[in-house]
Ligand binder design. Structure first.
Ligand SMILES: [Zn+2]
Length: 434
């Protein structure tokens, strides 16, 4: 089902021209309505009428997460009465950052998710079981609901956790799609196996993952993706999104990167020298939002590391794609000379059957290099040597092995879930910042 008017299927040249025009609109809007960007343009002597193309963006400063935190209210481009929905994201300095969405922003989010879900093959008639929270000041769950509604498909809002309620819902309403954090699928399978649920013959045909990757840089399934697929013959789709971007990069059925929706966001991939890298090279994802009314962002540094794929996709879309996120820039670890990111460590731990839970701690060694300690919760007395087995698994996946400590699942759980935290903590960075 190709919509000939959909910008994603037009030529690369047409997409570029389209994005350049939308960029000019966005810059004009910021210069008229954003106190933060008005000040930035003034201080840096920027004439927005001279920024005509995506390539011209290098002439403008970046926006950091820190800016959002220090000048939160200055980013809001509308009077407060126009804000319909308030959302928060975690900031780098401790306090959360507040985002305000106007009515038009919610409509834009709905459009974004409608496009993402249809990219993953969803149509009216499909039933999606939403296994994420829809409240707690998050944007995602609400956006999914709005997008599926706009698409005309059906939705069941079950929320996260609760394997019993998830299976009851699957058996009762017969959804074909699960929307969830992929590692939870392993728990769902385990619950089904323990309770005699014939999950392989259930109504589920498709799983759309959020928050965790399912593929490696060459688009083959990562360990988590493989482990799900070994057990369950379902189609897997990965997505990448964030509140700041207000956009989702979603895989099509060919599973070779998250497609950008050119009407919603511009992506630059920025190297260590703060300049764009060549297509295909890994760098930091820097985004400029398009069409946002409440809190639009210009050259926002996401901190996520990825690369751009510009060749046409087999699905016919010419919009560029992003490879799976390798990790967060700040979380980059140099372990014994090898560069690694926490998701690769998590992928090993998520797939060791005896690991109940875990936390990864990185700190400075006596030599001043990075030292990684993996604390794993293991129940009972496993028959194998856990430390040796885990180190072998690490060496085969990331070529180096961190220090492994075995704890009880209860002790790890206490570290994972301190009070007042919305998301479990799996990574602790105790390194001294330069
Ligand atoms: Zn595609």
């Amino acid at each position: 089902m190709i919509d000939s008017k959909d910008i994603e299927f037009q030529s690369i040249k047409e997409i570029e021209t389209f994005q350049n025009n939308r960029l000019q609109d966005a810059l004009r809007y910021l210069s008229l309505h954003s106190p933060f960007y008005q000040r930035m343009f003034r201080e840096h002597g920027v004439d927005v009428e001279k920024i005509l193309t995506v390539e011209d963006l290098v002439k403008l400063p970046f926006t950091e997460k820190r800016d959002l935190q220090l000048h939160n209210e200055d980013f809001l481009c509308v009077p407060k009465e126009r804000v319909i929905d308030y959302i928060t994201t975690s900031g780098t300095l401790g306090d959360p950052v507040t985002f305000g969405c106007t009515d038009r922003d919610l409509e834009r989010l709905a459009y974004n998710e409608m496009k993402s879900f249809s990219c993953a093959g969803l149509r009216p008639g499909n039933i999606v079981q939403l296994m994420t929270t829809i409240d707690k000041r998050f944007m995602a769950g609400l956006a999914y609901f709005l997008g599926i509604r706009k698409l005309g498909a059906s939705i069941i809002r079950v929320g996260n956790g609760m394997p019993e309620l998830q299976w009851d819902t699957i058996n009762r309403i017969k959804p074909d799609t699960l929307m969830c954090v992929p590692s939870f699928i392993l728990r769902l399978i385990e619950y089904a196996e323990q309770n005699g649920i014939d999950y392989r013959n259930s109504s589920i045909r498709r799983i759309i993952g959020i928050g965790e990757g399912l593929r490696n840089q060459d688009f083959s399934l990562n360990l988590l993706g493989q482990r799900i697929r070994e057990k369950w013959d379902v189609d897997l789709f990965a997505t990448y999104s964030s509140t700041e971007m207000g956009a989702t990069f979603s895989e099509c059925p060919y599973g070779c990167g998250g497609h950008v929706h050119p009407e919603l966001i511009i992506v630059e991939i920025i190297g260590e020298d703060n300049l764009p890298v060549s297509d295909g090279e890994i760098g930091e994802v820097v985004v400029t939002t398009l069409g946002v009314e409440g809190m639009p962002l210009l050259r926002f540094r996401t901190g996520d590391m990825s690369s751009k794929v510009v060749e046409q996709c087999e699905c016919g879309r010419n919009s560029y794609r992003l490879t799976p996120i390798v990790g967060r820039k700040n979380n980059m670890i140099k372990l014994k000379g090898t560069t690694i990111y926490p998701p690769a460590i998590n992928d090993v731990l998520d797939n060791a059957p005896y690991v109940v839970n875990y936390v990864v701690v990185v700190q400075n060694s006596f030599a001043g290099t990075d030292e990684v300690i993996v604390k794993v919760g293991v129940a009972g007395n496993p028959a194998i040597d856990v430390i040796k087995d885990l180190k072998d698994r690490f060496r085969s996946r990331i070529r180096v092995a961190p220090i492994v400590e075995v704890l009880s699942p209860e002790d790890v759980n206490i570290i994972n879930n301190p009070s007042n935290n919305r998301k479990p903590i799996k990574f602790i960075d105790n390194r001294k910042k330069q």
